[in-house]
Design a protein around this ligand. Structure first.
Ligand code: PEP
Length: 248
């Protein structure tokens, strides 16, 4: 099988930041600066209330957008939840599922994360499935076992589904801490994930690295064979910094 190169992808995760004035300025910066970043897909995942604003300001810019979470249910009596079809209604292309802050603070299980990925796919969205070990798990030498465990129910969705996902490896100890995995540490886990994706018959799935990615460390991470881009938190809130990461 001949594999075509995987196009790079950089996604900003705004987390629970922003307001309409701040967003306007950030989005204007992205709209202007994106012209110089042709070889990379660029997207932002934003808080739900701002999807309308983000669509209005990014439409036709080349920057795509998405949500940070989605319900595993299609519709119904699920107060406070947001359905995948609602995200699709705002022309979202992406949705994060299983971010460590969802797994950690909201008790989302591996099975729930896979169910959310399936719901996103059913609505035509690309789920960005986040996996990653905690510091304690890393120190106990459990990194590979944790990643395998988190991936298993997603891989069980089948090759057709998996081929329409993106995987993000985000070691929890590197998120928002300023402590980035070394390129070699990240590559080692990406290679494990790549092996599982190859075995599942889905070699084209992109694997992003996330955890304190900045303009200053992006190029060395992207030089690794199995790192296809980044999921960026804090640095995605500054247009020039975020675009520099995409340019790397
Ligand atoms: C994230 O929120 O997914 C993330 C990687 O955050 P940060 O870049 O701030 O570590």
């Amino acid at each position: 099988m001949v594999n075509t190169p995987r196009k790079r992808l950089v996604i900003g995760n705004w987390k629970m930041h922003g307001d309409t004035a701040f967003n306007s300025e950030l989005l204007a910066g992205l709209r202007t600066g994106i012209q110089s970043v042709a070889q990379c897909d660029v997207a932002v995942c934003v808080p739900f209330p701002y999807l309308y604003q983000v669509r209005s300001l990014l439409e036709g810019s080349g920057v795509t957008w998405g949500g940070q979470d989605v319900s595993e249910h299609e519709k119904g009596a699920y107060t406070g939840e947001v359905a995948a079809a609602m995200l699709a209604d705002f022309n979202c292309r992406w949705v994060l599922v299983g971010h460590s802050e969802r797994r950690g603070y909201h008790g989302e299980s591996d099975a729930t994360v896979a169910a959310k990925a399936a719901a996103a796919l059913a609505a035509g969205l690309t789920p960005v499935v986040c996996v990653g070990e905690t510091l304690q798990e890393q120190e106990a030498g459990q990194t590979h076992a944790i990643i395998e465990r988190q991936l298993a129910p997603v891989l069980a969705l089948g090759a057709d589904a998996v081929s329409r996902t993106v995987i993000a490896y985000e070691p929890v100890w590197a998120i928002g801490t300023g402590r980035t995995a070394t390129p070699e540490q990240a590559q080692e886990v990406h290679a494990l994930i790549r092996g599982r994706l190859d075995a599942a018959g889905t070699p084209q799935v992109r694997i992003l690295y996330g955890g304190s990615v900045k303009a200053s460390n992006a190029a060395s991470l992207f030089a690794m064979a199995d790192i296809d881009g980044a999921l960026v938190g804090g640095a995605a809130l500054v247009a020039s910094e975020f675009l520099s990461i995409a340019a790397a």
